[in-house]
Design a protein around this ligand. Sequence first.
Ligand code: GS8
Length: 217
Amino acid sequence: MANQPILLDYWPSMFGMRARVALREKGVEFEYREEDFKNKSPLLLQSNPVHKKIPVLIHNGKPVCESLNVVQYVDEAWTDKNSFFPSDPYGRAQARFWADFVDKKVTESQFKIWGKKGEEHEEGKKEFIEALKILESELGDKPYFGGDTFGYVDISFITFYCWFQAYEKFGNISIEPECPKLIAWGKRCMEKESVSKSLADSEKIVGYVAEFRKNNL
Ligand SMILES: N[C@@H](CCC(=O)N[C@@H](CSO)C(=O)NCC(=O)O)C(=O)O
C-alpha cells in the first residue's frame, strides 16, 4: 500500500525483530523486505550507508537506522497507542539503561555461544548467564521490566527469547533452572500477538545456527 513504512530486515535477526514487535505493538501496517547479505539491496546501501545493516525503517521516504533507535522512533511517530516508555524522566532513564545493558552484555555474550568455539565460547557462556542473572534480578516479580506494561526494555530483550533453544543446544546450558522468572516472562510476552507474530521460530533458529557453524567454525 502507498506510503506504508518499509522495514528492511533479516528473518533471524533479534535486532530486526525489535522493529517488528514495536510496529505491531502500535498496530502499524508495514511492508517487510528480506535482505540477502551476500547481495545487499541498493535501498539498504543508500538508506544505511554508515553501517549497511538491518533493520532500517523507511517512513515517509526517510530511513531510521539502529534497532533501539527504530523502536524509539516508532514510539514517537505513532502516539495513538500506549508509549513504550514511562512518563517520568527517571523511569525513562532506567529503561534506556537496561536496554543498553541488553545491547552490550547480552548481544556480545550470546554471539560467543553460537558463533565462536573454544575459550571464547566458554567465556561467552559464563558472561551470558551472568547477564541473564542480572536481568532476572532486575525483573524480579514484575510482569514486565517496566512494571505492569510491556515496554521498551521488554522489546529490547524479548527478541533474544526465540534464540534461547539455540543457546541451550550449542552452549550446553540450561536457562530455566538459573532464570525461572525470565522464562516465565518470555512465555508471558509470547502471549502478545505483536511478539508471537514477530519472533522467528526457535527450531528454525537452531537450524540457522547449525548451518552457520558448519560453514564458519
Ligand atoms: N546495532 C545494530 C545491529 C544490527 C545488526 O547487527 N544487523 C545485522 C543482522 S543481525 O545480526 C546485519 O545487518 N548484518 C549485515 C552484515 O553483517 O553485513 C542494531 O541494533 O540495529
